[in-house]
Design a protein around this ligand. Structure first.
Ligand code: HEM
Length: 411
């Protein structure tokens, strides 16, 4: 718990008249109670015994879907739950200008087709050699040391190397882009206005960066992801310039911060559970089948939807413009869908929403799956039994994308 007298004077929004007192809870998505135990463990405690929807006065005031089934349903129905604003606080979400995440169908559909054509499974399979080389280079550098901080030495480097190569961007730009991504998904500030200013600056940073790159690649014949996308068409016409900026910037955001943190959460668990590692080390078939279970167990995204029109949902009155947080952590950790959900069971047929759902379901999931698989294959080949270093306590932060740092491993 934070000491409110000395630390976090974050603004509390007044409760709207349509919110019943019985549904009000203090839940801060950027500083979850119990976060020291881990983001997933914290969410499980928070939703225990809760109704399907609660309302918090923190982060600008918003609803939170508290059950896995509500999270899935809201993702799948853009007619009732719009993507018009998807980040909280709403003031910050209104500044976020990434394309096509804030579009609803049918406007979203042609952008999505273009993204699918660039990131479909066949296109991703062509990248395997490059992805594997990036993993091997890093693990070979780390292996002789007998120790590393997995977050800084591997997780923050590997997906970034892959993505920069895929997009044809110089590796030295990666730290700057990673900082923009961090400011966007875990914005600083004690009030919605301060958080909005932080997110806006990061958004503008991405746009300023991609502007000359787009100009240079327009009409080009390169095979990189950016050239492919900026020369694609939307409903038979070329893409408006502001949409190009938003689309390319979103790919940088999606490709950089998500896999980084997913890998760190995964490795903390494996370091604490050598028996789970022993089950798949040297058993490639079991590992390949089990990768989806890793995504079920370690979801990292918590974003929102905007209520599209006044309506009654699961017995609660909602007003147009209300925001609902839909943590992707909840469906995969729902014990009625996945018994004993904190256990990693390689044999399970996992049910989850780690990649969201409905029209915006993650278009990068084939790449994310390949990155997770290749990481474990190459890690297990070169690193013997490993564990967390004595006294190492990983540091977690919750947010639009939750993070895990200080992942010191020894072997
Ligand atoms: C562990 C890895 C990842 C996770 C957990 C993840 C999660 C998600 C989620 C939950 C959404 C839904 C957003 C929404 O409905 O508003 C999404 C969308 C998206 N993701 Fe990912 N993602 C991952 C990796 C990637 C990668 C590697 C890329 C880039 C290649 C990427 C690119 C995108 C894009 C472009 C969208 C927007 C799709 C649309 O609006 O139609 N993601 N992702």
């Amino acid at each position: 718990m934070t000491d409110t007298a000395t630390i976090d004077p974050r603004a509390r929004a007044p409760k709207p008249a349509h919110v019943p007192d019985s549904l009000v809870r203090d839940i801060d998505m950027y500083a979850l109670d119990g976060i020291e135990q881990g983001v997933h463990e914290a969410w499980l405690e928070i939703v225990k015994g809760a109704p399907d929807l609660v309302w918090t006065p923190l982060t600008g005031g918003h609803w939170i879907a508290m059950s896995g089934s509500a999270v899935k349903e809201i993702y799948e129905d853009p007619t009732r739950f719009s993507s018009e604003v998807i980040f909280l606080p709403k003031e910050a979400g209104e500044k976020y200008a990434m394309v096509p995440t804030r579009m609803d169908p049918p406007e979203h559909t042609p952008y999505r087709k273009l993204l699918d054509s660039a990131l479909n499974p066949a296109r991703i399979r062509e990248l395997e050699e490059m992805v594997r080389k990036a993993a091997v280079d890093l693990v070979e550098e780390i292996a002789p040391r007998g120790e590393c901080d997995f977050a800084t030495d591997y997780a923050k480097k590997f997906p970034v190397r892959v993505f920069m190569a895929l997009a044809g961007l110089p590796l030295e730009d990666a730290p700057m882009l990673a900082k923009f991504a961090e400011d966007m998904t875990r914005p600083h500030g004690n009030t919605p206005e301060e958080m909005a200013a932080c997110l806006d600056a990061a958004n503008q940073g991405f746009f300023t960066y991609v502007e000359p790159i787009i100009a240079a690649r327009k009409g080009g014949a390169g095979k990189d992801l950016i050239t492919t996308l900026v020369n694609g068409s939307i409903n038979g016409a070329s893409m408006p310039h502001d949409k190009e900026l938003g689309l390319i910037a979103l790919l940088l955001l999606g490709g950089l911060d998500t896999v980084v943190n997913f890998l760190s959460f995964m490795m903390i668990y494996l370091a604490r559970h050598p028996e789970k590692v022993a089950e798949v080390r040297g058993n490639d078939i079991k590992l390949l089948r089990g990768v989806e279970e890793l995504f079920r167990r370690f979801p990292v995204v918590s974003e929102a939807r905007m209520v599209a029109h006044d309506q009654s949902y699961r017995g609660v009155e909602l007003k147009r413009g209300d925001m609902i947080l839909i943590p992707t952590q909840l469906p995969g950790l729902d014990a009625s869908e996945n018994p004993d959900p904190l256990d990693l069971d390689w044999e399970r047929l996992p049910r989850h929403a780690t990649f969201g759902g409905g029209p915006h379901r993650c278009v990068g999931l084939h790449l994310a799956r390949m990155e997770a698989t290749v990481t474990l294959q190459e890690w297990f080949k070169r690193i013997p039994a490993f564990r967390l270093a004595d006294g190492c306590n990983p540091v977690y932060q919750s947010g639009i994308i939750s993070s895990a740092e200080n992942v010191r491993l020894v072997w």
